[in-house]
Design a protein around this ligand. Structure first.
Ligand code: PLP
Length: 296
């Protein structure tokens, strides 16, 4: 049976829906059915949040970590507290419609509502098959470092910039990928103006130094990556040391291996960074990705 991508809309638990069971607040629509108002603040201002979860044969990966980050992002944007059970149910409902797909994803979105008409938040989820990431996961990817234009402590100095929240304002994160393509690369590692590394535009950086695996600390305005959390769980269970700390740009060249991790592409090894070649350990990466794919 072919996969059936769908959109699930979630009506909010407002007065009109008080006491209505979650299942009765969800509606399934065909993928191409328009579900969002033209004046929705998510579209007109990027004023909202989202999560993207990976799904392997109907099993949703990192469910709790994604919901926890969703709630944190909502709090940072001062959005009404999202109904996490409704979002969880929307993902499950979408998954049940998609069919038995090897590799899929679900993106769920929560916006501030409709500009100048209603500030009741909008929630929906869409579920579809993943692109084929086999090449990226096995052969690796080429990346470049690009400045984020901030110093390392910007999250503390200017919390209104919402560093560390997963907002819908991703135009910059997409612009840097076009810049990477102009530099013959397919991904990016953001750096700070004072010489530290942050994260990718849609991923977390993982560095290997011998037996120790390091990721930039989330205190400094990078997202807490759910795939990275899973990777640390896997690495610790295999006897490796795992460390959160600030990472200087010069350390990239000293690392034995590098990966960019996220929920959709999982762990993609870097085969080249800023023109420097890095070794790709296919067996190790395959073991890590098998773990990330089947964890719940
Ligand atoms: N950092 C940013 C900016 C992201 O957009 C993402 C995911 O899209 C990540 C990190 C990785 O997060 P996760 O592993 O939860 O997918």
């Amino acid at each position: 049976m072919p996969a059936t991508p769908v959109v699930v809309t979630i009506s909010q638990p407002d007065l009109a829906h008080a006491g209505v069971p979650v299942a009765d607040r969800l509606r399934v629509h065909p993928f191409d059915h328009p579900v969002v108002d033209a004046m929705n603040l998510g579209i007109t201002r990027g004023d909202g949040i989202f999560e993207t979860v990976g799904i392997h044969r109907g099993r949703v990966q990192g469910v709790e970590e994604h919901l926890a980050r969703f709630a944190r992002s909502a709090a940072m944007l001062e959005l009404p507290e999202p109904d996490l059970e409704a979002f969880r149910a929307a993902v499950d409902l979408g998954v049940s419609h998609l069919g038995d797909v090897e590799d899929a994803y679900c993106k769920y979105v929560y916006t501030r509502g409709i500009e100048s008409r209603s500030f009741e938040p909008t929630g929906y989820a869409f579920i579809d098959v993943n692109p084929d990431w086999t090449r990226e996961r096995t052969e690796g990817i080429a990346a470049v470092t690009l400045t984020r234009g901030y110093p390392l402590d910007i999250a503390q100095r200017a919390p209104w910039l919402l560093q560390g929240a997963k907002t819908l304002s991703y135009a910059v994160n997409r612009a840097v990928l076009r810049e990477a393509a102009r530099r013959d690369a397919e991904d990016v590692i953001f750096t700070t103006t004072d010489g530290y590394v942050l994260e990718g535009p849609t991923s977390t950086l993982l560095l290997r130094f011998g037996d120790e695996f390091v990721t930039p600390t989330p205190e400094h305005g990078v997202l807490v990556g759910t795939a990275q959390l899973g990777a640390f769980e896997y690495l610790a269970s295999h006897g490796h040391r795992t460390t959160y700390r600030d990472v200087r740009v010069e350390e990239l060249a000293e690392a034995d291996q590098l990966w960019l991790t996220n929920s959709q592409r999982l762990a993609a090894p870097l085969r080249r960074l800023d023109g420097r070649e890095f070794p790709v350990d296919r067996t190790f990466t395959a073991g890590l990705n098998t773990f990330l794919r089947v964890r719940s």
